[in-house]
Design a protein around this ligand. Sequence first.
Ligand code: ADP
Ligand code: MG
Length: 503
Amino acid sequence: MGKVAVGVAVGLAVVACAVAGLMVGRRVKSRKKWKRVVGIFRELEEDCETTVGRLRQVVDAMDVEMHAGLASEGGSKLKMLLTFVDRLPTGSEIGAYYALDVGGTNFRVLRVQLGGRRSLILSKNVERQPVPQHLMQSTSEDLFDFIASTLKQFVDEVESGSELSPSKTRELGFTFSFPVKQLSFRSGTLIKWTKGFVIEDLIGKEVVECLQAALDRKSLGMEVTALVNDTVGTLALGHYHDGDTVAAAIFGTGTNACYLERADAIIKCQGLLTSSGSMVVNMEWGSFWTSHLPRTSYDIDLDAESHNPNDQGFEKMISGMYLGEIVRRVILRMSQESDVFGCVSSQLSTPFSLQTPLIASMHEDVSPELKEVARVLKETLEIPEVPLKVRKLVVSVCNVVTRRAARLAAAGIAGILKKIGRDGSGRSRSDTKMRRTVVAIEGSLYTRYTMFREYLQEALYEILGEDVFAHVILKVTEDGSGLGAALIAASHSSYNVDREQLL
Ligand code: ADP
Ligand code: MG
């Protein structure tokens, strides 16, 4: 071999070695990065751990906080608000009632015809309508005048041709899902606005008075006879269909629950007189907190950067508004500490860019190639194609976050059952017959996210045990926030109360 040829051969060998070395180096590097990502995942998994033992601690804490919130005003993070609803619909109500549901950016009106024997006919239901943007930042008079004129149009439409006697006042149940300090069954003052409303002049005012004044200005012949919160509406609808319903929970954008409490257990309101000896309590459980909740660094950052830090701690781990955001924060950290997701995109860095329905669709992607996961990563987070193992990891992140949420939600429900003595504890199981207990549930997180629902049910089974769980029914109701208000108006209407007393 000539000198030149030897030189070339040696040169090639050196290049080959260098390339091989580079490739091995890269592989080692990328293996290290993958290990780092898996490490982040393992840490998340550990921090979100919800063993049955831990869930039982949350159940006990919920029970303790419920007692504290009932004992004194401000005694707990749980507000345990009085609703003055002391009678739930039984199904025997008759007559036509209206409801108005104002709960955020949308509102709607409906009319229901009750025929007794649990027969309910929704005679007309106006689809959710957005509240015009300019009215969300105007005056209470403008807002209620707008609502009243929509109601007037609605009444004219549904009653055209019907023979409602002019002397009969129309009764309206009003669902107002903002923080309200209830003063009586049909009155309450607005504590603060949420969800984008800034109508300063209504804060501290009695909301029913303002609505009633607007109805009167339009000569509607309509009286607001009940002011309720959406969870109370859900409980009312649940009870209308099934008399064993004792509690209700909502898992939607936010989360909250209410239940039927003995009046004498509401110590902060001694001497509270109710016709039934009980009253529905609106827990406002979104603000529940205990150190037993499994909290991660992502939760801490999310809370600190939110517009309401140190508030709504339970809600921030459970509800639809936040689950997608927690997942986004985990993926962002993984992407910052390795390059498995490519460069950090601006979408991935944008708070709330990943919404909960999308984590549901990734979590429930059954295609072998995880096509839906790839699509969401690409279209929503601007993360280009990533290997299958990375897509699988994203599914696992969704799973951990949703599983924790659902299991904590189950612990919340078990906490209510414990408070009202329906959890099978504190008595010898053999001597009393276990009572059938129904919990009404609403909210798209529960109804549309199968994995959330299944994890919740599984955890409740684990907490309560097979025997007790067999007597607990989680029943989905539909549209309690609208229909429930009409049903409560009906059950408290003098017409139905007098009738019941005669029966
Ligand atoms: P709201 O709570 O606003 O009254 P919903 O009960 O419909 O209304 O809940 C809406 C919330 O539920 C959304 O903000 C979203 O977080 C969540 N959600 C809606 N659809 C789904 C879905 N398919 N999977 C998971 N979560 C969903
Ligand atoms: Mg709702």
